[in-house]
Ligand binder design. Structure first.
Ligand code: ZN
Length: 166
């Protein structure tokens, strides 16, 4: 899923659940794999090394496409943090901005770790990459941009509605 969606759900899990912060933050991290298990749309990473991708490794090649990817991923991640700030605002006095941003960050983290794994490729990163690949759905909404955006927008709106009902 997109980083924005992962960020919103991660922040909501921590801020909205009322769980102990350690448990909430752990669940925010794990929420990434649960969301990725749902059929969804992902935008293409244009600078991906196709050969490495066949082996389950996310490796980006430097160049013009890499810069475009960095801008898109950066904006997507920023959206996740903006959702976290909105969720923190909704929580009123009971919410911590650090927990909201931490939840969003941990919700998005596995996707960043994929790139780190592409660079380093060993140790705990290999385990996380295996888990990421294992849980990720095989049913991708390829070339269905509108449906992909709509379903993730509905999911984010649902998160906000659930928080508002608390
Ligand atoms: Zn992912």
């Amino acid at each position: 899923m997109t980083l924005g969606t992962h960020g919103a759900v991660g922040a909501a899990v921590v801020v909205g659940s009322g769980l102990h912060p350690v448990l909430g933050l752990s669940l925010a991290f794990l929420s990434h794999f649960a969301l990725d298990a749902l059929p969804h749309y992902d935008y293409k990473i244009l600078s991906l090394d196709k050969t490495a991708e066949k082996n389950g490794v996310v490796k980006m090649l430097r160049g013009k496409l890499f810069v475009i990817d960095l801008m898109r991923i950066g904006l997507d991640g920023l959206l996740g943090l903006i959702f976290a700030l909105l969720i923190w605002q909704m929580a009123g006095d009971t919410g911590s901005i650090y927990l909201a941003l931490g939840g969003a960050g941990l919700g998005m983290l596995p996707d960043f770790l994929q790139f780190l794994y592409g660079k380093i490729g060993t140790g705990p990163l290999a385990i996380i990459q295996w888990v990421h690949n294992r849980f990720h759905t095989r049913y991708k909404l390829v070339d269905k941009f509108e449906l992909g955006v709509l379903t993730q927008a509905v999911l984010v709106v649902l998160v906000f509605i659930l928080l508002a009902m608390k």
